[in-house]
Design a protein around this ligand. Structure first.
Ligand code: DON
Length: 559
């Protein structure tokens, strides 16, 4: 009897232990989620050394410039959203801007037609880079560790090399011929790569050392600037050293709004991300999307109709606020937003207006990069940075070991003519000297009932905003874990072309068929990716979990 009781007690104890260890996630203090294991590792090491989230941002950013040359950069631009542990928040705009010699018709021929590829490939596609100025500014305002300690890991990786992943080898090889076409047969990336190759980039190590020693002058003056300007000009560009020297990042108020008990802190103009996210979330707020179910026909319909309406406003009204007057008071007005859904009908798709079908609509690849960081004090960082297309303009400056961006394509070359993401723009986003091109990047931080809740963002060109939108709803409305939320299949609509893009082989053909029956054109995307979301969640009990998108080499590192 006694033995039986002891046995039962033991069983109970063992089961309790198993139950508790299954239920209780290991507590972590924070972490870094980025596109590459090396970069996440670099960021976390800084956190472990006692650096804050902003120090980790600087280190991760420079590391990505080395180990993720498709999008990580010192020659592109980006947006930084932060929230301090005390709840204060801010954003930095270090978006590229048009060179001084740029003008409205830069990419038009004599007949006024857009010349194909001019805004995407070669020197003329290059905007004035903002990344180094932005990163140094963040360090100066919010960092605690010396700059050389934060750059050192990137220098080490550039000098000693990193192992190329399988996805990377495929991507280098895919663009190889274009690299040769633009830069000649002797260019650094002219050879074939395979997974496991160790890629060293000593010229980039030298540039990083120069920045560590001389700050922004190490980038915008001297031999680095000379090599950059001469390389871009040789390739047909108009970038000058004056453009580099005159570039300044800008602190801007975050774009904030409320959705139920969430406060969303996102990027305002010149990114359209926060504004469109605000419009879309407010359009769906009155509906019971949770009750409809995740990726059900009804929830997809509702979200598509919100996306369609918001992207229509984007193309008409949005541009650099320092150059154009954007009617934000109207676009973000609650009555205006809800009136946009007045003609929403569950029984038929609302046809997009017919200003201009987005005929040259294609996705080059989903290359930009987002990373999210949380430190043990509760400081949160959300950064999206890009060269625009994969490897930007494909102009590679061999002396510096860097690709130059092709961000100029984010301007509207001509009203109504789609850019490489099929996005249509208007005069608000026309090219002007020193103007910043409209972006879709949506680095975002969310509070729930006043506490930090979610840090997220994504690459994906025009699909960035919808990827962020869907991931927030996956977490908040559909109660998926952070990993399930970033991995969940996605879909996208951007008003024009009037068609839904679905990730391939992820949605029930019957669902696509049913949508088609009520007027929704749809196609499955050729490549498998809509966005790559890297996110951090802090749940109601303060438990932190990290989500790295399975679509890339994205990696979450906790500490
Ligand atoms: O700023 C933007 O919206 C674009 N330049 C982002 C480019 C991007 O995400 C590339 N990936 N597909």
């Amino acid at each position: 009897m006694k033995n039986t009781r002891t046995f039962l007690k033991l069983c109970f104890f063992t089961f309790s232990l198993i139950f508790i260890s299954c239920r209780t996630p290991t507590k972590i203090n924070g972490g870094v989620v980025s596109a590459m294991p090396y970069a996440s590792e670099v960021g976390v090491k800084i956190l472990e050394k006692g650096g804050n989230a902003f120090d980790a941002m600087v280190a991760t950013n420079f590391a990505l410039a080395v180990v993720y040359p498709v999008a990580g950069n010192i020659t592109g631009g980006g947006f930084f959203v932060y929230r301090n542990a005390d709840g204060s928040s801010g954003t930095l705009d270090y978006r590229e801007q048009a060179p001084e010699k740029a003008h409205k018709d830069l990419y038009l021929d004599e007949a006024g037609n857009v010349i194909q590829d001019k805004s995407t490939v070669g020197g003329l596609a290059v905007g004035v880079p903002g990344t180094v100025a932005g990163t140094l500014e963040i360090h100066q305002k919010l960092g605690t560790m010396p700059m050389h300690e934060l750059i050192q890991p990137a220098i080490y990786l550039a000098e000693n090399g990193y192992a190329v992943t399988e996805k990377q080898a495929r991507s280098f090889n895919t663009y190889r011929e274009q690299f040769i076409e633009v830069n000649g047969a002797d260019t650094f990336y002219a050879h074939e790569f395979k997974a496991g190759d160790i890629l060293k980039n000593p010229p980039l190590a030298k540039v990083l050392r120069e920045i560590a020693t001389n700050g922004i002058e190490g980038f915008n003056s001297g031999w680095v600037a000379e090599a950059m300007v001469s390389g871009v000009q040789k390739s047909g560009g108009i970038l000058t050293q004056k453009d580099l020297v005159n570039y300044k990042p800008k602190w801007r108020d975050p774009l904030t709004f409320y959705y139920k008990d969430l406060k969303v802190i996102s990027m305002g103009l010149p990114s359209s991300g926060g504004i469109c996210l605000n419009q879309m979330m407010k359009m769906i707020e009155p509906y019971d999307i949770q009750g409809m179910g995740h990726n059900s026909q009804k929830s997809i319909q509702l979200m598509i109709e919100a996306e369609r309406r918001s992207y229509a406003d984007r193309s008409e009204f949005l541009g650099d606020p320092d150059f154009v007057k954007v009617p934000l008071n109207i676009l973000l007005d609650s009555v205006y937003i809800s009136s946009k859904m007045n003609n929403f009908d569950w029984n038929r798709a609302t046809p997009s207006s017919e200003i201009k079908p987005g005929e040259s609509y294609f996705f080059e690849s989903d290359e930009t990069t987002h990373f999210s960081i949380l430190d043990d004090q509760g400081n949160a960082v959300s950064v999206t940075t890009t060269l625009n297309g994969a490897f930007g303009s494909k102009v590679f400056i061999d002396e510096l070991g860097v690709f130059m961006n092709n961000e100029m394509d984010d301007f509207s070359s001509k009203p109504g003519v789609p850019n490489m993401f099929g996005l249509i723009g208007n005069l608000a986003n026309a090219i002007e000297p020193k103007k910043r091109m409209l972006s879709s990047m949506t680095p975002t931080i969310i509070e729930k009932k006043g506490e930090l809740f979610l840090i997220l963002g994504s690459p994906g060109g025009s699909t960035i905003i919808t990827s962020v939108f869907q991931t927030i709803l996956n977490v908040y409305e559909h109660k998926l874990s952070i990993q399930q939320s970033v991995d969940a299949s996605r879909f996208h609509h951007q008003w024009l072309p009037d068609s839904i893009t679905f990730e391939p082989n992820k949605f029930d053909p019957k669902l696509l068929h049913n949508l088609n029956d009520i007027g929704y054109n749809s196609e499955e995307k050729k490549s498998k990716i809509i966005g790559k979301v890297d996110a951090i969640l802090v749940d109601d009990d303060g438990i932190i979990t990290l989500g790295a998108d399975y679509r890339g080499d994205d990696t979450a590192k906790a500490y």
